[in-house]
Design a protein around this ligand. Structure first.
Ligand code: ADP
Ligand code: RBF
Ligand code: MG
Length: 399
């Protein structure tokens, strides 16, 4: 097959492939409903693919009696607010968009989300996210926008399978389908008929934006995605510049102090990820201190209590020293935990494990909501971005 010379394209991308609104909002909702002892763990699919109002209304129908979006909106607002103010681009999204733009393509971002939601993203990422977001009610709006472009230079990228099919049937453009969630990917993988249909229509289906072969589509491309194996060690730094745009954090009004014995976790091997996490004993007291914190990633200091001296890898005792730490509080959506955990990764190497010792953790601020990821490598990379962000903040704080 003759590959045409790369030349500038106009690339339409659904914003839900660049920012994971569903993880972020779901994490805010889960924290909020937990205060009333309501578990929504199994209902994330109800908000996926929907805008704020429709998603929340669907969820409310399932878990409460007769409450509407308007009725809970005010109470929910603080949780949604902190979540969307710190929203991060998906792993790879920043690199991809910068690459497309730098190579002369036009990127058009579209959404069916409400303006108020998109506004958070625009505010949080104004340093680099300088796109006019195309607000669509239906595909007709997109098709009208196509009219200003040459059809053969258009690439359409969406997470909604029906939209991909519809566009490809009616328009002579390249179409790429990328599911925005694991659940969607799983149901797609089981659905042979839909797969065949996409194949016949020549809709390209990929598991993530990192898998798209831009060269084949005639788009100049020079992205080098980091090798996953690189991250499986303790001192790995992000190899791309992604974390540079992860800077939005939210300082807590009051630091929260948690003193706890270190217990065994699920044995999933934080260590194997290169990120051992000291799991706190989730006593009633600790649970109480955490109820108002949105599930997600936090930064702060950790300190061993005098009674439990622990040596670092140089053999030095580390009690009475504040050590930088980053911690995860929540349900680890990637693993779909049934119980909430609070686990701290201390940014230092140790000679030995320190199970059963007592650790004091001072939580200073919030980095991002807990998130689900399609790919394991994206979870690891996100965690390393968190570590880098936390190091930057805590390093500056110490000066
Ligand atoms: P678990 O599932 O039992 O929590 P991990 O793989 O997360 O297992 O390992 C956590 C344990 O590793 C901690 O409880 C601690 O004893 C030890 N550890 C060693 N280095 C660190 C570190 N830098 N930060 C946190 N824990 C560490
Ligand atoms: N687990 C998730 O499922 N989603 C996350 O977004 C997530 N972020 C984390 C961020 C940090 C800084 C740390 C230390 C852990 C995070 N985890 C997350 C938890 C991780 O999955 C867990 O530590 C391992 O499964 C080992 O228990
Ligand atoms: Mg752990």
């Amino acid at each position: 097959m003759h590959l045409s010379e790369p030349r500038p394209k106009t690339i339409y991308i659904n914003i839900d492939l660049l920012f994971d609104f569903y993880s972020v909002l779901f994490s805010a909702y889960r924290t909020y409903f937990a205060k009333s002892a309501i578990s929504i763990s199994e209902f994330k699919h109800l908000i996926e693919g929907r805008n704020l109002r429709n998603g929340l209304n669907c969820l409310l129908q399932e878990v409460t009696q007769g409450f509407t979006y308007e009725q809970v909106k005010e109470e929910l607002k603080p949780f949604i607010d902190i979540s969307l103010k710190t929203i991060k681009p998906n792993v790879g999204a920043y690199t991809l968009v910068q690459n497309l733009v730098n190579n002369g393509s036009t990127v058009k971002i579209f959404t069916n989300f409400e303006d108020e939601v998109i506004k958070y993203v625009e505010d949080a990422h104004k340093d680099w996210f300088n796109f006019e977001v195309l607000k669509i009610e239906s595909l007709t709006d997109i098709k009208e926008d196509f009219d200003d472009e040459r059809r053969d230079s258009i690439i359409y990228v969406d997470s909604a399978i029906e939209s991909c099919i519809n566009i490809k049937k009616e328009e002579d453009v390249d179409v790429i389908f990328i599911p925005h969630s694991k659940k969607l990917l799983e149901s797609f993988n089981k659905d042979e008929a839909t797969k065949k249909n996409l194949e016949n229509l020549k809709v390209i289906a990929k598991e993530s934006i990192q898998e798209v072969d831009w060269d084949r589509l005639g788009v100049l491309n020079n992205i080098k995605w980091p090798d996953t194996s690189y991250y499986l060690k303790l001192d790995a730094k992000p190899t791309n510049e992604e974390y540079q745009v992860w800077k939005n954090i939210s300082k807590l009004d009051q630091p929260i102090e948690l003193t706890s014995k270190i217990v065994h976790g699920f044995g999933r091997g934080g260590k194997k990820l290169g990120i051992p996490t000291a799991n706190l004993d989730m006593t009633h007291e600790i649970e109480e201190k955490l109820v108002d914190l949105v599930n997600g990633v936090y930064y702060g200091w950790a300190e061993f209590m005098l009674a439990s001296p622990t040596k670092n890898k140089n053999g030095e005792l580390t009690y009475n020293t504040r050590l930088p730490m980053v911690m995860s509080i929540g349900f680890n959506p990637y693993f779909n935990n049934k119980y909430k955990t609070a686990e701290a990764h201390i940014m230092q190497s140790f000679e030995h494990d320190f199970y059963n010792t007592t650790l004091k953790v001072e939580v200073l601020g919030f980095i991002r909501n807990e998130a689900d990821f399609i790919k394991f490598s994206n979870l690891i990379e996100a965690i390393h971005n968190d570590v880098q962000v936390a190091k930057d903040i805590l390093g500056a704080e110490q000066q």
